[in-house]
Design a protein around this ligand. Structure first.
Ligand code: HEM
Length: 408
């Protein structure tokens, strides 16, 4: 009986809490403390903290009062690395133009094509290994897959065809460089001003990530981001900045969302439900991303005085939207849960900066779950390890297998 195997979700919650604790103590402490506050509160040293999904969305949609470029916003970090010109990616006409020009690369259809083109062969190989009874490390796979995706989307040399020549290790290096760069932002919850030594280190990592961008700027096809940058005559320095931005935006979050959804489905005993009714796949993906919320905090700068949730915010304040708490308020992982109107898809943000890669991210999680469930039997987590000191909590390893006895 399927229903016997579904559990209360306590094990899943414990594993999730351990990921947050091991990965990012500051984040764990902030989330634990904010559970006790109301929908919006002022926290010494940090600024305003929002835990309510409706208020969070209001802030994200209010571009007149809240911005990304000033202290507290992610754009502030990027302009320190790439110069003030970089601010145009975070608001205003140039940002709107970039999104318009890139839109067709990120539709549902394009996402399907991109994921197949860059990752399809990897999923097939993984499926064959699982069917043969081998153990597969899903967390490692998500890092290789993320590296493949970003290199392909950007159009880095040699990346545009199935069967490309780079080894999995080189994709792991792309991912690790992104992780290191994101890690440098870990100390910025209280202030987004970067000290000079951090800027130096960050520039070294950026050099590694963007090593192929110059050639790509000359050669990449029009169905790649860098090809579009050339069409816009964006110039090499800004293209390098944008490439780095994409490499960061889509890798850690995507990898974390994928491996945590795999774990949540296992830990709650809900694999059987999905196997019995594949039409629940979209729900399973949505629930995994909601509960994991791989971008657990979104920061904004308060540009102008404004009242939110009955509190008066002043120009120059900073505000942290704790999307992790806002999303998890709807309850534990449950693939039978209907769409939640309060959260909508807050794990992808909202407003003008709503995640451009949302369809790509959903597609990746879907393909991973389909790969794991392709034999028609549930998978078992053999061992797991939480990642240490990372911006986005995730699994360092998550080994799964399909038992031979049940693999048919
Ligand atoms: C589960 C995976 C992902 C999650 C949870 C996620 C989450 C987010 C969030 C919350 C934002 C808004 C940030 C803000 O408003 O400050 C964002 C923006 C963005 N994401 Fe994602 N993301 C994911 C995967 C991806 C992927 C795979 C890509 C690219 C292939 C991507 C590309 C972007 C870009 C370009 C932006 C900036 C959009 C803009 O400012 O206009 N993301 N993402």
């Amino acid at each position: 009986m399927t229903s016997r195997k579904i559990n209360s979700g306590k094990a899943a919650a414990r594993h999730e809490a351990r990921l947050l604790w091991t990965g990012n103590r500051g984040l764990y402490a902030l989330l634990s403390a904010a559970r006790q506050t109301g929908p919006i509160a002022r926290v010494p040293r940090l600024g305003w903290v929002v835990t309510d999904p409706v208020l969070a969305r209001r802030v994200l949609n209010d571009h007149a009062h809240f911005g990304m470029a000033g202290e507290g916003g992610v754009g502030h970090l990027w302009t320190q690395l790439f110069g003030p010109e970089m601010a145009q990616f975070f608001g205003g006409a140039r940002h709107a133009e970039m999104r318009t020009r890139a839109r067709d690369l990120f539709t549902e259809d394009s996402a399907r094509t991109l994921v197949e083109r860059s990752q399809g062969a990897h999923y097939r190989a993984m499926g064959a290994r699982l069917a043969a009874g081998e153990t597969v490390d899903v967390a490692d796979a998500t890092r290789v897959l993320a590296g493949r995706l970003v290199a392909n989307l950007l159009g880095l040399p040699g990346e545009h065809h199935i069967g490309d020549s780079r080894t999995d290790d080189s994709y792991r290096r792309v991912f690790a460089a992104g992780e290191r760069l994101a890690g440098l932002a870990m100390g910025t919850t209280a202030s987004t001003h970067l000290p000079p030594e951090v800027i130096d280190e960050a520039r070294t990592v950026v050099g590694e990530i963007t090593v192929g961008v110059e050639e790509a700027y000359r050669t990449a096809g029009p169905d790649t981001i860098i090809g579009r940058c050339r069409e816009m005559d964006l110039g090499l320095p800004l293209t390098r900045g944008l490439a780095t931005l994409l490499a960061i935006a889509g890798t850690e979050t995507g990898a974390s969302g994928t491996s945590r959804t795999v774990a949540l489905l296992h830990d709650t005993g809900q694999q059987e439900l999905l196997l019995a009714d594949p039409a629940l796949m979209a729900n399973a993906v949505r629930e995994g991303l909601r509960v994991a919320t791989p971008a657990p905090v979104i920061g904004r700068h308060v540009n102008r005085d404004v009242a939110v949730g009955g509190r008066d915010l002043r120009a120059g304040d900073r505000i942290l939207l704790l999307t992790y708490l806002a999303d998890n308020g709807a309850g534990p992982f449950d693939i039978r849960r209907e769409y939640v109107p309060e959260t909508r898809q807050l794990w992808f943000g909202a407003g003008r900066h709503l995640c451009l890669g949302a369809a790509v991210a959903r597609m990746q999680v879907t393909r991973m779950l389909e790969t794991l469930l392709a034999t028609g039997k549930p998978y078992r987590i053999v061992s797991r390890q939480a990642a240490r000191r990372v911006l986005v909590p995730t699994y360092a390893s998550l080994s799964v297998k399909i038992d031979r006895a049940t693999a048919g």
